[in-house]
Every structure is written in C-alpha cells, then in structure tokens.
Design a protein around this ligand. Structure first.
Ligand SMILES: CC(C)(COP(=O)(O)OP(=O)(O)OC[C@H]1O[C@@H](n2cnc3c(N)ncnc32)[C@H](O)[C@@H]1OP(=O)(O)O)[C@@H](O)C(=O)NCCC(=O)NCCS
Length: 181
C-alpha cells in the first residue's frame, strides 16, 4: 500500500490534506477535472455531495496549500439478484471509478496511487472485490499506469465518449478496464 505518511513527508504535513467532496468544494473538483481532461463535465457529476445513492460513494479531493490538486470519484454498481422487488438482494457488482485526476504539476509523486488504493480499500471494506473503469482507448500513458497496477483490458466500447464533451485529442472509443482485488 502506498502510504499517506510518505506524501505528508514529501509535502510537509501541514501543506497537504485529503478531504471529502462537499457543498463547499465540489466546484473546485469540477474545475480541476475539466482543466486536466480538457472536458466540460457538468455540475451534476460533481454536485451530489448530500445524496448518497450508492453503497459505495467515494468522492475525495487532495489539497496542497489550500489548492485542489487532485481528486477521485467512485461508486458501486449493483446487480439485482434473487427475489423480485427485494432490496435486500441488491448486491454490489463492482466499484466504478468515474474520475481520477491529478494536476499536471503534481504527477509522479504517488498521489494517483494513493487515491486509487483508497478506492480499492473502500471497495474491499464493502465486500466488493472488483474495480471497473473506462478510459479513452488512446489514453496510452494512463492505460499503462492502470496495467502496472494490476488492471486488465476487458473490453472495447466503441463510441463510449461520443456524447461527452471530452477533448478531441481523446478517442471516442473506450477501453473497459477491470481489476479483481
Ligand atoms: C493517471 C493519473 C491520475 C496518475 O496520477 P499520478 O499522481 O501521476 O500517479 P502516481 O504518481 O501514483 O504514479 C505515476 C508514476 O509515478 C511513479 N511514482 C509513484 N510514486 C512516486 C514517487 N514518490 N516518486 C517518483 N515517482 C513515483 C509510479 O511508479 C508511476 O510510474 P509510471 O510513470 O511508470 O506509470 C494522472 O496521470 C492523471 O491525472 N492523468 C490525466 C487524467 C486521466 O486521464 N485520468 C484517468 C481517467 S480514467
């Protein structure tokens, strides 16, 4: 496990902190994500702090000297099994990583690793030993990063990003990546 203490040491513990996304900071997370991905993801994707719709609802930001420099959002996806209309039979199928971004200036310091390991830990704590995510097919460096972390390419989803306002440098086709924990 990548250690938070190592990051605190690297940044001087007073300068770095991790916190939940809330009503006061979701706009900073939206701004960072759209800057990093050159996208135009809407408010609705970030401003759902009060509404816990999923068994696993992970939404965190990392700040350095008060500025949001990284963030990640993930939630559980469920499948209905067994008896019809019985909510007790809703079982988590996997944890879906919707966003994980680190400001360019803070890459390669272990912050992304810290966030993805937090998500994996949370998923395991909730008895959901699978993580899934989409990423553009040509997001080569990031795909390599996921492969290094034990993720594997499960599928290609053609046109997955067609309806999304994502930078045109990204392929509209996505890889579905997954990892069994
Ligand atoms: C993917 C992403 C989140 C990774 O974040 P990161 O903080 O740079 O990740 P890490 O620092 O943990 O790991 C990156 C590399 O640094 C290395 N590293 C980790 N800790 C390190 C440290 N303390 N010192 C130096 N290098 C370190 C890792 O081994 C890794 O090596 P690699 O370059 O061979 O892959 C980041 O690149 C990003 O925001 N990309 C753009 C957004 C994006 O596409 N997100 C995914 C959407 S699905």
């Amino acid at each position: 496990m990548f250690c938070w203490i190592r990051l605190e040491y690297m940044f001087n513990s007073d300068n770095i902190n991790v916190s939940d996304v809330d009503d006061h900071n979701w706009q900073d997370f939206q701004k960072l994500t759209n800057e990093v991905l050159h996208s135009n993801y809407p408010e609705a994707l970030f401003n759902d702090c009060g509404a816990r719709k999923h068994l696993i609802h992970f939404s965190k930001i990392v700040k350095v000297k008060g500025n949001v420099i990284a963030g990640a959002k993930a939630y559980s996806v469920t499948s209905l099994s067994g008896v019809k209309n019985s909510t007790s039979n809703i079982v988590p199928l996997a944890t879906y990583i919707e966003t994980i971004v680190v400001d360019n200036r803070y890459r390669d310091k272990g912050i992304g690793t810290y966030l993805i390991e937090l998500i994996e830990q949370e998923s395991q704590n909730c008895f959901t030993p699978k993580i899934i995510l989409h990423t553009p097919k040509n997001n080569t460096k990031v795909i390599k990063w996921y492969l290094m972390k034990g993720y594997r390419i499960q599928n290609t989803v053609e046109g997955y990003y067609s309806a999304t306002e994502l930078d045109s440098k990204y392929s509209p086709d996505a890889f579905l990546l997954e990892k069994d924990l």
